[in-house]
Design a protein around this ligand. Sequence first.
Ligand code: C2E
Ligand code: MG
Ligand code: MG
Ligand code: MG
Length: 282
Amino acid sequence: EAKAGGRGRVAIFDRTMHERIAYRLALEADLRRALAEQQLSLVYQPLYEIKGCRLAGFEALARWHHPVRGAVSPAEFIALAEESGHIEALTTWLIGQAVAQMAQWHRLAPHLAQASMHLNLSGRDLVRNDIVDTVRDALLRHGLPPSRLTLEITETVLMERLDLALETVRRLRGLGVRLSIDDFGTGYSSLSYLGTLPIDSLKIDRSFVMQMEHKPENVEIVRAVITLGHALGKRVIAEGVETTAQLEQLRALGADEAQGYLLSRPVSAADVPGLLYAPATA
Ligand code: C2E
Ligand code: MG
Ligand code: MG
Ligand code: MG
């Protein structure tokens, strides 16, 4: 056994390690059940066109309400699903759910004909060979035009698996779905891929938008991304807009769409019909 003095530390270290592993294993097992037991859901955060404040679409965001632990953050359980091999089933469910929901809102509000449902894809989704079929099947099954679905892929994920991702992204674009680069500006990347990828929009990362009032250099970064995006024929979306000052600055810089707590928090599906005919308040 460990000597006195070092002993407590060793024991604590062991216990912490053990607890972390036990926690992970338990959470993993719980995730397996979560799908079957309907603990997972999607919430929807509206995106608005900055010019005219029209509803431009929604971003579907996954939620896990764990019966004991309460809300588990998507960053945590998506990573867990990736590592434990549950991501395929999870993503297939998410795609079906988001597409079905958007098809329903389209029927409810024909003036939303141009609005798009954004859904996040993770790294493993891009290298899975049936992802294109899964997306196509969901669109056909629910009768949603492909262009009404936008798949968001982070810059980091794209760059990590560029060769494989490129192939998948081209095939997805071939279906007619739209593609957006998420968290743009946070991944280290040569910008050369931007010219060759069939991408429709860039989402400027929240970290740049958040600090716009306080950091003139962030304003310049946002300005540069908008200029670059527009020069390449892409729409530019700002995420994490929390203040009117940020929104006005984005408007002045010519950003196309905005999303953030100022305009709306993510809401449950039941609350969306109330938003369909309402103008943005900001
Ligand atoms: P993301 O795709 O960049 O999603 C935007 C995140 O910023 C969401 O957090 C959203 O609630 C939050 N957000 C939006 N507006 C504001 C704002 O004004 N202020 C602040 N502070 N936050 C804002 P959420 O829902 O916790 O999602 C975190 C990340 O988890 C997402 O980042 C995405 O990478 C991942 N994720 C969420 N749902 C899914 C999913 O269905 N599939 C996959 N693969 N990843 C998902
Ligand atoms: Mg996203
Ligand atoms: Mg984002
Ligand atoms: Mg983000």
